[in-house]
Design a binder for this molecule. Structure first.
Ligand SMILES: Cc1cc2nc3c(=O)[nH]c(=O)nc-3n(C[C@H](O)[C@H](O)[C@H](O)COP(=O)(O)O)c2cc1C
Length: 451
């Protein structure tokens, strides 16, 4: 299918296109439902709007936050979202995605205490409430790049992904290493709590280590093969983290329910489903996370942003042109999340990836909540473009169309170049200089920016 960029002048035009494509995108008439409180466990959020984790590649060399990290999160806190789901923060040096990825250890702890205090204070001052801050605890696995040189640590060999990033058998992590990580996720929870975060996310999405294990059908040993083995590290990491839970501090997870690869190279598919999601295992996992492990809230997402980017974040401009309309990606995501929500209604579920819809992302989110497909929405690229989107929805009923994200992909370019990341279009004075540096690097090292 020829790629058609977003050109819709009204919601009716958006709806007409979705209908032409045979899709079922939810749209509400107004956004009032997004202002209603949401309770998960013993925590009540003042609204249903959150900020998705967005790596900013702007840490200091030791992994502590820089002035750019402060700037991003303070602006986001002032913007009125109930939840800020912080970006991927590495829990071990070897699992860092770059030399500029945040790293929380005992050595950097003090710097995080200052950051969370400043972010909460900014929210409180601007809106009368502090956002609920979630630390995303991650091991980059296949995408480990601690010294800005690929050093993949993989669950299993994946021929398609290895076209983008070379790996060999020596990169396969041992069961002993994985066993050791279980406790490290517990330690990450402890540090997150000490650092002033309100929750820790044991991250299992987007092709990183835990997510890759969920599709390690052909791996031998304790962490591969059966469903029980493939979910062992996630569940044991959560168990180790739960030791630190209390009435306010929560353990949660951002879970990938579909990767965009057929069996045996992706989660959320079965031997016969081809590329069509089969959510039997994700539904089982979410049910067990609630009933057996006692999680009250999770976020769901899809895809691998390095390889199946269009599945994670439908776009107009990116590394490649997918052969599906971006609305197909939106539909796959929200209906997939809705399938899980309907199967496990007791779990509070945040959905992902509304940004492609620009100024209609608010009505889409309200429609998804009204239809029971999710309880709230995390906004990703939109928050870079317009960190005030939540207050616009809450106070004026709608997002300001002049500030929306255009899905141009430049924030993705910045992060791939390990440059401080933000919106080059709407936050031009701060990020255009870094974008120009990226263009220069691309000229001299084109191979690093292919695919
Ligand atoms: C520059 C950039 C950085 C991202 N970093 C993270 C991250 O650290 N952790 C994560 O779970 N997702 C990350 N994502 C994915 C977003 O959280 C989100 O799922 C995706 O952008 C789709 O949401 P949107 O359509 O609202 O942008 C990132 C996306 C972008 C563009």
């Amino acid at each position: 299918m020829a790629h058609e960029k977003f050109h819709y002048q009204s919601l009716d035009e958006v709806k007409a296109k979705a209908e032409e494509l045979g899709l079922n995108l939810p749209f509400a008439k107004e956004t009032g439902i997004l202002k209603t409180p949401l309770t998960a466990g013993k925590v009540t959020f003042p609204n249903r709007l959150g900020i998705a984790p967005m790596e900013g590649a702007d840490s200091l060399p030791d992994g502590s936050p820089s002035e750019y990290t402060y700037r991003r999160y303070i602006r986001e806190a002032e913007g009125g979202s109930a939840v800020i789901w912080f970006e991927a923060i590495s829990i071990v040096e070897e699992g860092r995605s770059s030399r500029t990825q945040l790293l929380l250890t005992r050595d950097t702890l003090e710097s995080y205490k200052k950051l969370t205090a400043a972010v909460k204070e900014a929210g409180l001052k601007a809106n009368g409430y502090a956002p609920y801050l979630i630390m995303q605890a991650n091991h980059s696995g296949r995408y480990s790049n601690p010294d800005n040189k690929p050093a993949p640590m993989i669950a299993y060999r994946h021929p398609e992904l290895e076209q983008y990033r070379a790996a060999d058998d020596s990169c396969i992590v041992s069961d002993d290493y994985l066993k050791g990580l279980e406790e490290k996720f517990g330690e990450a929870a402890r540090l997150a709590k000490e650092a002033g975060f309100d929750a820790v996310d044991i991250k299992s999405c987007h092709g990183y280590l835990l997510a890759e294990l969920s599709s390690a059908y052909n791996r031998q040993g304790m962490y591969g093969g059966s469903y029980e083995n493939r979910t062992r590290l996630l569940k044991n990491g959560i168990r180790a983290a739960k030791v630190y839970e209390d009435d306010h501090f929560m353990v949660t997870s951002r879970l990938g329910i579909y990767d965009g690869y057929a069996y045996p190279y992706g989660f959320g598919v079965s031997p016969d489903s081809g590329l069509t999601p089969d959510l039997t295992e994700p539904v089982r996992l979410v049910r067990e996370l609630h009933e057996e492990l006692g999680l009250s809230m999770i976020d769901l997402t899809m895809g691998n942003p390095y390889a199946t980017t269009h599945v994670t974040r439908p776009y107009d401009m990116g590394k490649y042109q997918p052969d599906e309309h971006p609305f197909v990606g939106l539909d796959r995501m929200i209906q997939g999340i809705g399938t899980v929500k309907k199967a496990v209604p007791e779990m509070v579920i945040w959905a992902s990836a509304p940004t492609y819809l620009r100024q209609y992302a608010d009505l889409f989110t309200a429609g998804a909540v009204e239809q029971g497909l999710c309880d709230g929405m995390l906004f990703g690229r939109m928050a870079f473009a317009d960190p005030d989107f939540a207050n616009e929805i809450i106070r004026q009923g709608r997002i300001d169309p002049s500030r929306v994200c255009l899905t141009c992909g430049k924030c993705g370019d910045l992060i791939r170049a390990h440059k401080p990341t933000g919106c080059v279009i709407r936050d031009n004075a701060t990020f255009m200089p870094f974008y120009k540096e990226f263009l220069e690097i691309k000229k001299t090292q084109p191979a690093n920016f292919r695919g």
